[in-house]
Design a protein around this ligand. Sequence first.
Ligand code: COA
Length: 254
Amino acid sequence: MLKMEGSPFEVKEIHTKEEYARLVEVLWAANFKPYNPVFTAVHPVSGHSAEDRIRDKAYDTEIRWAAHEKNPASHLIYAIDKETGRVAGGCEWLIFHDNPFPKGPLPIACTWYPEGSERAEYTSRFLSQAFFPRQCWFQRAHAGVNAMGVHPDYRRRGVGRLLMEWGHERIDPLGYESFIEGSPIGRWLYEECGYRRVVSLNIDLDKKDPNEEWSRLVYECRPPAILLLWRPPRGELTDKVPSGPWAVTKETWR
Ligand SMILES: CC(C)(COP(=O)(O)OP(=O)(O)OC[C@H]1O[C@@H](n2cnc3c(N)ncnc32)[C@H](O)[C@@H]1OP(=O)(O)O)[C@@H](O)C(=O)NCCC(=O)NCCS
């Protein structure tokens, strides 16, 4: 448990689905204020009524908790307001101690929308492109951050920074690099924490003669950009640091 001296927040690792459900509530609030198009692509959003939200959040909790339980690299963490017990924010840290992509880059399937639907195809195309660089470049131990969100009531009070520090405290002694497929909203937090943007992706979601559903998805869910942010070991930007993770060799960090 990370307890920053004097901080009103404490960061804890999540160990039960019930705890994770509390974080899901916060992540949904965080990503609709402001509206984050990426979130709606990669989470099961079936509509926008109060009933839709309850059902979709419950389903999101189920599928992501199941994925987390199957993935030994996944650490779900949240920051608690020590005074009130409220969840202020959280994220998933992925810490890979070996090459997670021994088969090289593979397409990523979307399992939370019906197979063959426009939504499943859209999300799969999106994820496969966004995670292609990581799969090509990081054929080695490294870390990453997913689903970072801080409740609108708690913004700019250092919660995001605490969540980042939790991971850095674990990976820095191991000398691991860290890499994030970030949105422009998260960029400033990550840059404050030792990351730098190495590439900006414009995800290709065009389709010849799209139907109405596809056009709507592109309108509602297309991110302005995906920023690939890289943090070298311990966030140290020395002369040894190459231009990007693609240029790292076995000798680089010796
Ligand atoms: C991005 C987000 C997680 C930041 O969380 P936060 O708890 O407000 O961030 P912190 O208070 O720890 O910020 C640390 C530093 O990062 C920078 N920063 C964070 N948010 C910023 C913003 N909106 N604009 C400019 N700088 C920002 C600042 O330098 C800040 O330090 P300062 O407040 O002393 O100036 C939060 O805004 C959020 O949940 N956004 C919606 C969800 C989202 O887009 N997540 C990112 C997905 S990649």
